[in-house]
Design a binder for this molecule. Structure first.
Ligand SMILES: Cc1cc2nc3c(=O)[nH]c(=O)nc-3n(C[C@H](O)[C@H](O)[C@H](O)COP(=O)(O)O)c2cc1C
Length: 272
């Protein structure tokens, strides 16, 4: 796992980025390049000026690179790109000004530039009514599917819908703010709906690629006081790994509290 840190500034309207430089350039250059490869055919200086700075930057970019496994399904070429589907998931309560949302947005732009004709489905968890898992939900889930009552099927309807949304996509970009060293509660509710006895058994997300973009107020860079407190990335790796995802990468946009304190007056963003 590689961690870098940086500063971010929230803008009421948009997020772009300014100059940055990477310490440990040999590692982070390669990592950032891989992270950014989806945008490789786009003029970075045109729409995403910060991209050009990332590879020689000194701050802001936190790349926590996951398993360096090969893509599970190595399919290249025009046909694949035409039919590939990206599922974007956002979970910040702060709407368009959320840093994590700015970054998932950037990711989508780059992904579309790379995958002409590809489809993007967006799931905003903050506008999805997700109930807390209760005894009736658990009971329904552990009942054999063929013997569930109508009521039990109704209870599991949202879960089935959310799982189908995942299995229907080829790739995910998932934006999360770090809340209390973990995911925001709405994200946990969503995870509780998609992790079921059958998804744990069948691992239906095998072959998918996931990019997690985490915005966090503190710095989790190596050497910082909180460097060992990023529990969110390992948790995500465990959850999605248990569903079959093996190709995961993590982008940590940390140090955002300087945005809120007003210490930084530039608008910075990071995308992958
Ligand atoms: C309820 C709450 C809990 C937070 N907990 C943490 C935390 O544990 N660690 C941290 O580094 N930042 C924490 N933050 C700060 C956010 O992670 C930070 O503001 C981040 O930029 C939010 O991402 P967003 O702009 O996409 O919403 C917390 C913020 C809120 C609102």
């Amino acid at each position: 796992m590689l961690l870098a840190s940086g500063r971010l500034i929230r803008s009421q309207k948009s997020c772009t980025a300014s100059s940055a430089s990477l310490s440990e350039p040999s590692i982070r250059y390669a990592t950032a390049r891989r992270c950014l490869r989806l945008a490789s055919n786009r003029s970075v200086s045109h729409l995403f000026p910060f991209i050009g700075h990332i590879l020689s930057s000194h701050f802001l970019i936190g790349v926590c690179h996951g398993n360096d496994t090969q893509d599970p399904v190595v399919v290249t070429g025009i046909l694949w790109r035409m039919f590939v589907k990206l599922l974007r998931i956002d979970s910040s309560p702060f709407g368009k000004t959320a840093i994590s949302r700015c970054l998932t947005e950037e990711f989508v732009h780059k992904w579309l530039a790379e995958n002409h004709g590809g489809a993007v489905v967006t799931r905003d968890l903050t506008s999805t009514a997700i109930p807390v898992v209760d005894a009736a939900w658990v009971s329904a889930n552990y009942s054999p599917s063929g013997s569930r009552t109508h009521q039990q099927n109704e209870i599991l309807k949202l879960s089935a819908e959310l799982i189908a949304e995942l299995t229907d996509a080829d790739e995910y970009v998932i934006g999360l703010p770090m809340h209390n060293f973990g995911p925001p509660s709405i994200f946990k509710l969503w995870v509780d709906q998609i992790v079921t006895p059958s998804t744990l058994l069948e691992r239906p997300l095998a072959g998918r690629r996931a990019t997690f973009i985490i915005a966090a107020g503190r710095s989790y860079t190596t050497g910082s006081p909180d460097s060992n407190k990023n529990y969110l990335a390992p948790w995500l790796r465990t959850v999605f790994g248990s569903l079959g995802v093996s190709d995961m990468q993590f982008v940590i946009a940390d140090g955002t509290k300087k945005v809120h304190s007003g210490d930084l007056d530039l608008v910075l963003g990071l995308a992958c």
